[in-house]
Design a protein around this ligand. Structure first.
Ligand SMILES: *Cc1c(COP(=O)(O)O)cnc(C)c1O
Length: 390
């Protein structure tokens, strides 16, 4: 057999697979599993969005649109980015992709030459390193921990920069930690990027899931130099409970976006046309639905954090955003995978081992689930931890 591409065949299989297949096995046996593993909202897509998509289908909006995305949606996004994020982009600076993930993958393809380095604060969303590698780049990790609230300092960033560095990836609020950078902290990171003339890829997908402790800020809004060094990435999946619609976007300086458009025109042509009509309704009409979902997440966050922080041996900073808690379970003397496997086998609770996100001291729980699941699952989690201390 002819050899396959070395970079692609070297992609690490997801460390979560063992957990999800075991959880499915237990469920098939009729066992009630408390699941905290999902990375998506448990709500349905709001009706106003579905109605707009259905209307688009009825009106035969089923053909190709511009490769960079539906012009009406790009215009609506410019209005959103101006009003909500304080960033001025023209429609010619916005690209709609098949999800935030697809937008990010193409952004890295466009930024990276072979051997270029991209700085990724760890723990990280598990796709960043693989995307960088597939684009020919080298991920460089900056370690953060529960002690520093899982935040990278400007000094840490500066120390990681080499002549080969092209970009740093920022994700605030963060998946998996739920932590956020204050506007001042973000600005200080941006200043380092500007000083060394590297890009900031700012993944703002959880911007709406914030609970009042820290103000959400957009890197590109801090000033012209920040704007010139930033690619803003976002998507519809999390904010509007639209994970299966596959719509995300990227916005940035014109020369960069021109190259990105050309790439997408060959790789994807454009995202789904009628889904994009639904997305316009999301931006214009779904505000009240988003508020309802965020309120539910806020209540669950309070509850799960209260239960988690009461467990002896667990260290857990209070998450400021997204819908995850990321407790440090290292005092129990197990790897994150062992902890997750035993928790699932002995107490039927599914969590994601932190090793999947580049941190073997923690596990990730998503609270995009019912309050009942939180109560019962945390009761079991607490019992498991107590059994380990004996
Ligand atoms: C979910 C997620 C995305 C993108 O999701 P899409 O469904 O592809 O839009 C991007 N970044 C992070 C950190 C995420 O958690």
């Amino acid at each position: 057999m002819k050899l396959l591409n070395q970079t692609v065949t070297a992609i690490a299989p997801s460390a979560t697979l063992a957990i999800t297949s075991k959880a499915a096995e237990l469920k098939a046996q009729g066992i009630k599993v408390c699941a905290f593993a999902a990375g998506e909202p448990d709500f349905n897509t709001p009706d106003c969005i579905k109605n707009a998509c259905e209307a688009a289908l009825d009106e035969h909006k089923t053909r190709y649109v511009a490769a960079a995305g539906l012009p009406e949606l790009r215009t609506a996004l410019c209005e959103k980015l101006q009003a909500e994020n304080g960033i001025s982009y023209e429609p010619s600076q916005v690209l709609i992709a098949n999800g935030g993930k697809h937008a990010l993958a193409q952004v890295f393809q466009t930024l990276i030459n072979p051997g270029d380095e991209v700085i990724i604060p760890a723990p990280f969303w598990l796709s960043y390193p693989e995307m960088v590698r597939v684009a020919g780049g080298v991920p460089v990790f900056v370690k953060t921990s529960v002690e520093d609230g899982f935040l990278m300092s400007p000094e840490q960033l500066e120390a990681a920069i080499t002549p080969k560095t092209v970009a740093v990836v920022m994700n605030s609020p963060s998946n998996p930690t739920g932590m956020m950078y204050t506007p001042e902290q973000l600005r200080a990171i941006g200043e380092v990027a500007i000083k060394h003339d590297i890009w900031v890829v700012s993944d703002e997908i959880y911007e709406k899931m914030v609970y009042g402790g820290v103000e959400q800020a957009s890197m590109a809004a801090f000033g012209p130099e920040f704007y010139d060094h930033t690619i803003t990435v976002n998507g519809f999946s999390k904010t509007f409970a639209m994970t299966g619609w596959r719509l995300g976007y990227a916005a940035g300086p014109k020369p960069f976006m021109k190259a990105l458009f050309a790439l997408q025109s060959h790789l994807a042509s454009a995202p789904n046309t009628f889904a994009q009509w639904g997305a316009i309704a999301a931006l214009k009409e779904a505000g009240p639905d988003v508020a309802t979902m965020v309120k539910a997440f806020a209540e669950r966050r309070e509850r799960i954090y209260a239960l988690m922080s009461a467990i002896p041996g667990v260290k857990c900073p209070k998450p400021e955003g997204a819908f995850y808690v990321f407790p440090d379970i290292s005092s129990f003397g197990m790897t994150s995978l062992e902890f997750a496997q035993r928790l699932l086998e002995e107490h039927h609770v599914a969590v994601v081992p932190g090793v999947a996100f580049g941190d073997d001291t923690c596990v990730r729980l998503s609270y995009a689930c019912s309050m009942d699941n939180i109560e019962e699952g945390m009761r079991r989690f607490t019992a498991f931890c107590a059994s380990l201390k004996k």
